[in-house]
Design a protein around this ligand. Structure first.
Ligand SMILES: CC(C)(COP(=O)(O)OP(=O)(O)OC[C@H]1O[C@@H](n2cnc3c(N)ncnc32)[C@H](O)[C@@H]1OP(=O)(O)O)[C@@H](O)C(=O)NCCC(=O)NCCS
Length: 212
């Protein structure tokens, strides 16, 4: 494997990212995942928000997201509703938060710090644009192994305590995110009965609201 290169996604490489998402999110239907056209739109309206990792010429990792106002007590019913209204992206450069819509690393490249670097680059974006933080919905990837013994709150508590390693949430906790609460039916994932965890990285450099 050659050196991993990190950059923003270009229109020409969007089809490869769709292939990567198919591999990394096998439970999601094409409708539930970014299409090539949606990624190309994303590149046009918020190029900084989409970070990709290349090994030589192959896309091996990606992280996407938008700037948006968020009220954690009144989230839209689904991630799709948070990202789009009537098929129009809700991205707003003036939004309070960066919301991370996808994070994926090819299985052959996991455990090498690629997700960490893609998180770091998007955290830097949050700092550079003086946003309050970086939020996301973490798939509870291994909840299905425990759901006969633990309810989702107990499962998340054990992941936070380090008693259970969850391949998604544990990685995000190690990247400085905290859990706000488990949320149901926000992100499609049948094995976890559609439970995920709302997570947040607070920008330690946030300088407060600018006077209008
Ligand atoms: C979650 C995912 C993006 C992680 O990608 P990755 O490049 O393997 O992660 P990294 O190598 O950057 O690891 C980040 C941290 O988690 C730890 N980690 C990752 N996988 C681990 C494992 N299987 N066991 C123990 N620790 C692990 C790493 O050690 C690292 O922590 P450290 O830097 O403190 O040592 C990847 O597994 C993936 O694409 N999964 C499928 C899609 C998905 O679930 N995306 C998230 C949706 S919310």
């Amino acid at each position: 494997m050659s050196e991993i290169i990190y950059t923003n996604l270009s229109r020409e490489r969007c089809a490869e990212v769709v292939d990567l998402l198919d591999i990394c999110f096998p439970h999601m239907t094409a409708d539930e995942q970014y299409s090539e056209e949606e990624l190309q739109e994303h590149v046009a309206y918020f190029p900084e928000g989409l970070v990709v990792a290349f090994d030589d010429k192959k896309v091996v990792g990606m992280g996407s997201g938008i700037f948006v106002d968020l009220d954690f007590d009144r989230l839209p019913p689904t991630e799709e509703d948070l990202l789009y209204t009537d098929d129009q992206p809700n991205h707003d450069y003036a939004g309070d938060y960066y919301y991370g819509s996808d994070m994926a690393v090819h299985p052959d490249y996991r455990g090498r710090g690629i997700a960490r670097e893609i998180y770091n680059r998007r955290k830097q974006l949050v700092i550079d644009f003086n946003k309050k933080g970086f939020a996301a919905a973490a798939v509870l990837r291994d909840f299905h192994k425990y759901k006969d013994q633990l309810d989702v709150h107990a499962y998340v508590g054990k992941v936070i305590a380090g008693d259970i390693f969850d391949p998604t949430l544990s990685v995000q906790l190690r990247n400085g995110f905290e859990v706000i609460r488990p949320i149901k039916d926000f992100f499609p994932h049948p094995p976890s009965d559609h439970w995920s965890a709302l997570i947040l990285w607070k920008n330690p450099h946030f300088q407060g609201e600018k006077p209008s």
